[in-house]
Write a protein that binds this ligand. Sequence first.
Ligand code: C5P
Length: 233
Amino acid sequence: MAFKNPVFCALDTPDAGEALKMATQLRGHVGGLKLGLEFFMANGAVGYKPIAELGLPLFLDVKLHDIPNTVAGAVRSLLPLRPNFITIHTSGGPAMMRAAADAAATAGAGRPKLLGVTVLTSLDASDLTAVGQSSDVAAHVARLAKLAQSSGLDGVICSPAEVALLRAACGPDFILMVPGIRPSWAAANDQKRVMTPREAMTAGATHLVVGRPITGAADPVEAAQRLAAEIAA
Ligand code: C5P
């Protein structure tokens, strides 16, 4: 089977020109691109479209969270952009996730896949207690991932530390999109618990999100190629 690159490169910039330039360079060297709130708030659909026209799979990381009717409407509003993945907060509850999944399904075979955000990795046990949730982070993550699965979502975003747990909890077909990835030759930056691409794939990841090791490299294309080769080896 041909190698299918699992790496989605995070273009974390509000600058549409810079993002388009990087996207154009990386075409053919990454599996897809991730555009998040920083980009989308600044540029919206107008900035998104030229990048989408490059034809790479796109992951729109907008972390939707509202009442079911509003989230379903937001998903419908994103359908014309034809993103491959959209994120929504699982803590919005089963009715919200189901409404989002039903809205996505109206796009038919080319529908976007919905990925749940469980517990933000910026939250620790004391933060969870402060907002009135269980302080057992791993148990809470697993609970929300299983709820996402039974509510019609296609997968979740998870930290490297959670991959093995969620692969076991959610079975072989659930998408696990994993940030916090650092090849041995890249700086960790502000990421605290990192895994190499190979380690994360071996643990059960289906897709990897990699930003600065590619976008901050002196030669981003070379860095992306090196990553892909490392995973394929
Ligand atoms: O540059 P770096 O590889 O650290 O970028 C990782 C990307 O994944 C960023 O867009 C970041 O917002 C995102 N992300 C993360 N950790 C999470 C969820 C998302 O690093 N828990």
